[in-house]
Design a binder for this molecule. Structure first.
Ligand code: 5RP
Length: 218
């Protein structure tokens, strides 16, 4: 069966954790899109959603689901989003879809973060997927030099402007045995808006879609 079916299975399983009349956080990417489509099948059960990207906000709106800003809602009971890599410790790499900053904000403002993914996203150690870093455009070269010093090989994501008007560096060749330590180091570099490590605030629940079932790690 396909990764697509596995993503859908994970999205359907996440719906079981959503309670009636909640306003929930909704992520970005193909797995999150499945979740938005599942939400549409349950229209009227939730009160609304806070989206982590303009693309997800548009998809929710197209389905007739009310989209709110985080300033209107305060903290959320749950945030559901995908990942590019995940470990059994619930540490993640995110940002393949360039939405990492808003994703980290909505995750931070949510009591529970449910990560949904196909099985291929589960890895023993993070770092094979190039780590996305959102940078202020004028700081791009400076930040790239600092990333080289950390042992990474930053590559500019050509043609990508984030929803916040910034740019993305994808950092190759980083070995990340200690994601919290690396996230902390990256947070010290001036000019980085957000790095794609979700470790200091990991997921609370990882739902991995398999062909005919899901695996939940918490
Ligand atoms: C977007 C993300 C996505 O969650 C991540 O890229 C996974 O995407 P997909 O569900 O399409 O595999 O972090 O910024």
């Amino acid at each position: 069966m396909s990764a697509n079916q596995q993503k859908l299975n994970a999205a359907r399983a996440a719906m079981e954790h959503i309670e009636r009349d909640w306003i929930i956080g909704v992520g970005t990417g193909s797995t999150a899109n499945h979740f938005i489509d599942v939400l549409a099948e349950h229209k009227g059960e939730i009160d609304g959603a806070v989206a982590s990207s303009e693309a997800s906000a548009q998809r929710l709106t197209n389905h007739g689901i009310r989209v709110l800003g985080l300033d209107q809602t305060g903290d959320l009971p749950v945030y559901v989003d995908g990942a590019d890599e995940a470990t059994k410790h619930l540490h993640l790499i995110k940002g393949g879809g360039a939405a990492l900053t808003r994703e980290k904000i909505v995750a931070a403002a949510s009591k529970k973060f449910i990560c949904i993914a196909d099985l291929s996203k589960l890895v023993p150690v993070l770092g094979k997927f190039p780590l996305p870093i959102e940078v202020i455009p004028m700081a791009r070269s400076y930040v790239a030099r600092q990333l080289f010093k950390l042992g990474g090989r930053p590559v500019f994501r050509d043609g990508c402007i984030t929803d916040n008007g910034n740019e993305i560096l994808d950092v190759h060749d980083l070995d990340i045995p200690n994601p919290v330590e690396m996230e902390t180091k990256l947070n010290q570099i001036v000019g980085i808006v957000t790095n794609g490590l979700f470790a200091a605030r990991p997921a609370n629940l990882l739902i991995l879609g398999e062909d005919n079932r899901v695996q939940e790690i918490s």
